[in-house]
Design a protein around this ligand. Structure first.
Ligand code: CAA
Length: 380
């Protein structure tokens, strides 16, 4: 088993590449991208050239072939740079993972390899205006059109949608069957009948592209269905299990950045004639923040290692996502507190981190949904 307390030389150099990219490229661009709510298309292309995107997709599928653990190492660094950027990256893995999990080798080649090698983006289309936490309640339909599947419905909060070349769409073939009627279908952006909405004007993670997508009787060939009709829900859940450690790593990256800024500021800022770091009130806050970051990372690493060993890790992935998201929110809030009035302005980096952190408690399953998954497993 990978030691939790020491990284291999290969992992250290992978981490260094990601830290350098985050330091040299992402951090300088992040405030402007946030201000303008601008998608970092050029930087994403650079990340692709460095092998920092499609991290966990196998090499034969055009990905970087990293384990989920190694993917988490990279993503923490990228999110330390800017979590909106990291979300754009993880969302691509999220969109292509259902095809890796449920697709045939021919489908993997056609829908994953061609996209990943070309540095193109894809979107995971599960959520709908009326079906967020209740994923099995989705209303988008997939009908048998004889020689094709016909998809009709609306998707909401779809990451990367404005820049995606392909959508992985979850739709029901029979609403009365609930989750057992859900199918997974690959839809190229070029198919007639697709309308992508505007880039949502979000509170945080403003550079990540989030749009609605409407499918109006969109036709795709029969071999675009991943798995058998009705297998889509399980494919979606397995995909989320695999993705949640990476999302947890985004949260750890945000929290670590906030902690570092808070330590630096506490040592510089003087009140009552001394640095505020000499006050126990600040020391205790920093100690709690550091402990929360460390324990969130350990849970994230554990869930990633379990998945890499082929174990079922629904409970651990949900624990990692829940804890890391809540840590990101509390640590960034405390960082703003340590900065005081300055922290509440856009002149200092911690207000952005606090806004960015909030999304972690909402997307890829809210903190409440993670608790449901954990409790159900405990009580099974
Ligand atoms: N792996 C495999 N199968 C699973 C599973 C898993 N992790 N979880 C559930 N299943 C199976 C169950 O075993 C069950 O199968 P059977 O019918 O054969 O028994 C079936 O799926 C239905 O399971 P549930 O009864 O538990 O389903 P539910 O309707 O009660 O919902 C839920 C469960 C956990 C709440 C689920 O709806 C859920 O995860 N909701 C949150 C959705 C979510 O995370 N959305 C985020 C979208 S992606 C996003 O935000 C990313 C982005 O763009 C950045």
């Amino acid at each position: 088993m990978q030691s939790l307390f020491g990284l291999t030389p290969e992992q250290q150099s992978l981490q260094e590449i990601a830290t350098r990219f985050a330091t040299d490229k992402i951090r300088p661009a992040a405030p402007g991208l946030d201000e303008r709510a601008e998608f970092p298309a050029a930087l994403i292309k650079e990340a692709h050239t460095l092998g920092l995107i499609n991290l966990t997709l196998p090499v034969e599928c055009g990905g970087s072939g990293l384990s989920i653990f190694d993917g988490c190492l990279v993503i923490e660094e990228i999110a330390w740079g800017c979590s909106g950027f990291a979300t754009s990256m993880v969302a691509n893995d999220l969109a292509l993972t259902p095809i890796r999990i449920g697709g045939t080798s021919e489908q993997r080649k056609r829908f994953v390899e061609s996209l990943a090698t070309g540095g193109l983006l894809a979107s995971f289309c599960l959520t709908e205006p009326g079906a967020g936490s209740d994923a099995a309640g989705l209303q988008t339909t997939v009908e048998d059109g004889g020689d094709c599947w016909i998809i009709t419905g609306a998707k909401q909060w779809i990451t990367n949608a404005g820049h995606a070349a392909q959508f992985t769409v979850f739709a029901t073939i029979d609403r009365t069957k609930k989750h057992k009627g859900i199918c997974c279908v690959v839809v190229p952006r070029s198919a007639p009948g697709i309308t992508v909405g505007h880039h949502e004007n979000k509170m945080g993670q403003r550079c990540s592209d989030t749009c609605s997508v409407v499918f109006d009787k969109v036709r795709v060939p029969k071999d675009h269905m991943i798995g058998a009709p009705g297998e889509g829900f399980k494919i979606a859940m397995q995909t989320l299990d695999a993705s949640r450690p990476m999302t947890a790593a985004i949260a750890v990256g945000i929290a670590r950045a906030a902690l570092e800024h808070a330590i630096g500021y506490a040592k510089e800022r003087k009140q009552f004639g001394v640095p505020i770091s000499s006050f126990q009130a600040i020391q205790f806050m920093l100690a709690d923040m550091a402990t929360a970051v460390e324990s969130s990372r350990l849970l994230t690493w554990k869930s990633a290692l379990m998945l890499d060993e082929g174990k079922v890790a629904s409970i651990e992935s949900s624990m990692a996502k829940r804890m890391s998201a809540d840590t990101a929110m509390s640590v960034t809030t405390d960082a703003v507190q340590i900065f005081g009035g300055y922290g509440y302005t856009k002149d200092y980096p911690v207000e952005k981190l606090m806004r960015d952190a909030k999304l972690l408690q909402i997307y890829e399953g809210t903190s409440q949904i993670q608790r449901i998954v954990i409790a159900r497993e405990l009580l099974r």
